[in-house]
Unconditional design. Structure first.
Length: 222
């Protein structure tokens, strides 16, 4: 079954995080109460989150791959296909999103070093960069609309809006996950902050990689 290996890999990672990634006694890093003691059911809760995120990524990938297939077919066969100039702002937005992946990994390294303040600082930067990316996409759409380039202008433009809007919507879900990890109090939670950050990072990197793929596709296939 597609995605089964992904689920298994993430479950193993979460088990490792839940079992071996907790800080020593007296240094809980904001993950759990009781000086680093494990919360009963934490591993089970982490596994549920991992499976849910994995299923979401598989479903998102299938949706976009179906759209990409239609994009490639219609690009070579439809008379309604007309090229247009992509907004230059997309390059800036792409750089912002890639930077967010870098800051997210810095945050996780700070977390592994039991630097809770450093983790929260870089995790917040990652969240802000994600918001900046979405706002930048909105600005890019408004630029096209101001130029009279609407979704009905051609199939190329229609696919541009479908790809970018759908990606932004799914990325907004990632922003919500980042906020959840950054703001929630995990001391009495069934899931540690370490495990939650691990799971959220997979989705965020997945959405970053997906955007790079879509941007390259739109740039060379417009």
């Amino acid at each position: 079954m597609p995605g089964t290996s992904v689920l298994d890999d993430i479950e193993l990672i979460i088990e490792d995080v839940s079992g071996g990634g907790r800080p020593p006694a007296g240094r809980d890093g904001g993950d759990s109460g009781g000086g680093g003691s494990r919360v009963p059911g934490g591993r089970s809760s982490a596994r549920k989150y991992a499976i849910a995120i994995s299923a979401a990524m598989v479903a998102i990938l299938m949706f976009f791959m179906a759209m990409v297939a239609a994009f490639l077919v219609l690009r070579h066969s439809s008379p309604r296909w007309a090229a247009f100039q992509l907004p230059v702002l997309l390059w800036f937005n792409t750089a912002i999103l890639l930077a967010s992946s870098a800051t997210l990994e810095v945050a996780r390294k700070r977390q592994a070093a039991f630097d809770d303040k450093g983790f929260k600082r870089f995790w917040t930067v990652t969240t802000v960069l994600g918001v900046v990316f979405v706002v930048g996409q909105v600005v890019a759409w408004r630029e096209l609309v101001a130029q009279g380039i609407h979704g009905s202008a051609s199939l190329a433009v229609a696919f541009f809006y479908v790809f970018t809007v759908a990606h932004a919507v799914h990325l907004f879900g990632g922003i919500c996950a980042l906020l959840y990890v950054g703001l929630r109090k995990f001391r009495r939670s069934e899931m540690t902050r370490v495990a939650a950050a691990e799971v959220a990072s997979y989705y965020w990197h997945f959405m970053d990689g997906l955007w790079v793929f879509l941007f390259v596709l739109l740039y060379f296939g417009k």
